[in-house]
Write a protein that binds this ligand. Structure first.
Ligand code: F6R
Length: 256
């Protein structure tokens, strides 16, 4: 894992956005894996800026989102479809038919998940996957204790995740109990992974994920098994990492 520590979340987000933008410029038909939540907002803002100010072209890009709540229709303000439209898709030139988000209102959820896996395969796999990390170590909605080889499926949310995400809902009880999420096995097949973690509330879990043992108890720790992960973290988020000096040393020398 390469760990890029930056002073602020804003700088880290811009660096991550620039890296993905370079990939899109080099390969206009890049397949992106996208996340929702607070963490990627700065990255999405920067992509929008690069699109409007510098003509970054998403016209041939395909995207697959990590997850969606079961039971929330696309026009529900708390659905991840709605979030993506508002925060990114409405502001860039990605084609609607190239955008993929699991449908949490599908009649047959198992068939929806199987079709999602097939669509990722048909697109040639994910080139660049953007990830946040949950306070319980989840990636996507792959909660602690699940299989590290899982595929896209229905997953129950932990009480912790429902509490964390209650801030987006009028009522804490309105947070759905289930999600559809790409599996860990699906995520690990991405060619490159950008893991973003900002703020002191992510420091301890990020340290476990990056420097602790690989364990299903901290799903993000499985990223240690992936050959091409870059972690973008701000100073507060890096506070519990033991090897900060080494990461900064590597950063300094890779910039030479
Ligand atoms: C969202 C997702 C989740 C979030 C995680 C962190 O699509 O897959 O794993 O990345 O819950 O959420 P925030 O960024 O809101 O702290």
């Amino acid at each position: 894992m390469e760990v890029m520590i930056q002073d602020t979340a804003e700088t880290a987000s811009r660096t991550a956005a620039a890296l993905a933008a370079e990939e899109i410029r080099d390969h206009p038909d890049t397949v992106l894996g996208l996340a929702t939540g607070s963490t990627p907002l700065g990255l999405y803002r920067e992509w929008i800026r690069l699109h409007s100010d510098e003509g970054l072209d998403f016209g041939r890009v395909t995207s697959f989102n990590l997850d969606e709540y079961v039971g929330l229709p696309a026009d529900h303000p708390c659905s991840y479809r709605y979030f993506m439209q508002e925060q990114l898709f409405n502001h860039i030139n990605i084609r609607p038919d190239r955008v993929h988000i699991p449908n949490g209102t599908a009649g047959d959820l198992a068939a929806e998940c199987a079709a999602y896996e097939q669509a990722i395969r048909d697109a040639g796999g994910i080139d660049v996957q953007v990830l946040g990390i949950g306070s319980d170590g989840h990636i996507g909605f792959n909660e602690p204790g699940g299989s590290l080889a899982s595929r896209t499926r229905r997953e129950i949310l932990t009480a912790q995740t429902r509490r964390d995400n209650a801030r987006f809902f009028d009522n804490p009880e309105d947070v759905p109990l289930y999600s559809l999420t790409m599996g860990i096995g699906t995520i690990l097949e991405s060619r490159r992974i950008l893991l973003l973690a900002f703020g002191e509330h992510k420091a301890d879990i990020l340290a476990k994920a990056v420097e602790g043992p690989v364990t299903a108890s901290v799903p993000a720790s499985v990223l240690q098994m992936h050959p091409h992960v870059t972690v973008f973290v701000d100073e507060p988020g890096a506070a519990s990492l033991a090897r900060v000096d080494h990461y900064k040393w590597v950063m300094r020398h890779s910039l030479e």
